[in-house]
Design a protein around this ligand. Structure first.
Ligand code: TXE
Length: 492
């Protein structure tokens, strides 16, 4: 779709006419051609969002009406689920079944925020004075720049778009330049559901070209971003000049801690999934396996055996269990990361070099890889590879397990496996990460807040806080019987 920029209710090409080809990471085939927006397009989109917001065309809707809009969008997502899943798999190379699960989660996200919106109300505050009413009102923050990543393209932007609409904001959406197709479809559904012109705007194109415009323009009130740490830091700097609210989800380096008394069969099975699901391109991937020394060999041997069996392939390969990395650049980054780990002394147990078989050589496939003999001083333990690389560390005491699990600049998620409730309670309370799973790995719910401690980001998405992020809070004090204050003497 070469007119994939949507501003003030109209689809149009980039002002300079540039287009960008989207190619499948599984086999290099052309899956879409989209507009390649630039600064001028972003400025126009911000202008449209600002005008729509200032006109109150949408913020004046009742909470119930906005709730109905979100429910309608959820219905349309479910109606188009198959189309959307194919678009998502085309851009990302992930299996159709995974994209299908993602679309269901996206619809659930819209339903969650629809429910929150319908239940939303002002809060009265006890003024302590009979002639005064005092209340807290919740208003949309204004114009939002919503910037998404490529690993869960539609899901991650739905965590931003749904609360922005629920609260009555206007926004400019910028999906990753690698995976824009489902964002384009979502905007069509928002249009079909009846959002007023100028509320939802979309600019496709690269962050390098116009990201700074979206994050520094004075007409923008909030930036919500999911992506890499360096970009997140840059966004904070760009947003600082006009003191925008900034919400960031910047990934993690997530510990998966297994004690010797854990249910081992299940712990091993989940360790494999946590590390290799979507080829490790998951912000909450369990890429740091931390095992109690006596069970190290048993656990690692079994994970290696399982890792060797994982079948890689593109969306059209129905026997595939996981897909490719997103791009050649990302594959190279994962290769460099692995090379550093080996230089540092990590021991390669399985995987380790890109797939060159005939059926995989046209795509960016990298096999499940396990590095043993790791420790917290290593680059490969501290830095996110965002690929299918699992590092293994050992511990002897619970204190050491907690220390290792917290020895990271990130703090997104982690897990603890043990049959001892006291162990689980202590580890889950002392790990400094935004989500902790006990004898499980990976589930999340739209009703529960998601986000990170430390360098994993700012703020929370989903849950109730995920809506608060898009609201300003105002205190309205009404004196129904004003009298003089008498603070200063009136000398006349
Ligand atoms: O991310 P970028 P990249 C991590 C992961 C990965 C690394 C780099 O470790 O290897 O980040 O990935 C837009 N102003 N995660 O380079 O650049 C960009 O166009 C505003 C973790 O792909 O951060 C895209 O839409 N926006 C993560 C989005 O930022 C800018 C998911 C993300 O791209 C911009 C993805 C700028 N100056 C990667 N420059 C997670 N938390 O789940 C780029 N962008």
């Amino acid at each position: 779709m070469t007119s994939s920029i949507y501003i003030a209710g109209k689809w149009r090409p980039a002002l300079d006419g540039a287009v960008r080809e989207i190619r499948s990471p599984a086999d290099g085939t052309l899956v879409a051609t989209v507009s390649d927006g630039k600064i001028e397009d972003a400025l126009a989109a911000i202008g449209a969002a600002r005008s729509a917001f200032d006109s109150r065309v949408f913020s004046s809707w009742s909470w119930n009406d906005r709730s109905s809009l979100l429910a309608k969008i959820a219905d349309l997502l479910e109606r188009d689920a198959e189309i959307i899943a194919h678009l998502e798999s085309g851009d990302t190379g992930k299996r159709i079944i995974e994209s299908t699960y993602d679309v269901a989660d996206v619809a659930a996200t819209f339903r969650h925020f629809a429910k929150l919106a319908s239940a939303h109300h002002d809060r009265s505050v006890d003024s302590g004075l009979p002639h005064v009413t005092s209340k807290m009102t919740y208003e949309p923050i204004g114009v939002c720049s919503l910037i998404g990543p490529w690993n869960y393209p539609l899901l991650q932007i739905s965590w931003k778009v749904a609360p922005a609409l629920a609260s009555g904001c206007s926004f400019v959406l910028k999906p990753s330049e690698l995976t824009p197709s489902t964002a384009i479809h979502l905007i069509k559904l928002i249009e079909e559901a009846g959002a007023p012109e100028g509320v939802a705007n979309l600019v496709t194109g690269s962050g390098a070209a116009f990201g700074d415009t979206l994050t520094s323009d004075p007409r923008v009130d909030l930036v919500s971003f999911t992506g890499g740490l360096p970009t997140g830091k840059r966004i904070m700097i760009k947003a600082a000049d006009t003191v925008k609210r900034v919400a960031l989800e910047l990934g993690g380096k997530n510990p998966n801690i297994i004690f010797a008394d854990a249910p081992l069969d299940e712990a091993i099975d989940f360790a494999v999934t946590a590390a290799f699901l979507h080829s490790g391109q998951v912000c909450s991937a369990g890429t740091r396996l931390i095992v109690e020394r006596p069970i190290h060999d048993q656990i690692v041997n079994e994970i290696v055996r399982r890792a060797k069996q994982i079948r890689l392939g593109g969306p059209n390969d129905l026997t595939a269990e996981t897909g490719p990395l997103i791009s050649e650049g990302h594959l190279k980054k994962v290769e460099e990361y692995l090379a550093k780990g080996l230089e540092e002394g990590a021991k390669l147990l399985v995987g380790g070099s890109r797939c060159t078989s005939e059926e995989l050589s046209q795509g960016w496939f990298f096999p499940p890889t396990v590095l043993d003999d790791c420790n917290t001083n290593m680059y490969c333990v501290q830095e996110e590879s965002f690929g299918p690389i699992l590092t293994v560390e050992v511990f002897d005491t619970i204190e050491e397990a907690i220390k290792i699990g917290n020895d990271t600049i990130y703090g997104l998620s982690g897990a603890v496996w043990s049959t001892n409730p006291i162990t689980c309670e202590r580890v889950s309370s002392e790990l400094r990460h935004g989500t902790i799973w006990v004898n499980d790995y990976g589930p999340y719910k739209p009703q529960a807040e998601w986000g990170g401690f430390k360098a994993s980001g700012n703020g929370r998405e989903l849950g109730e806080h995920g809506l608060q992020e898009y609201l300003e809070i105002k205190h309205i004090w009404v004196n129904n019987s004003p009298t003089r204050s008498g603070w200063f003497a009136d000398r006349n």
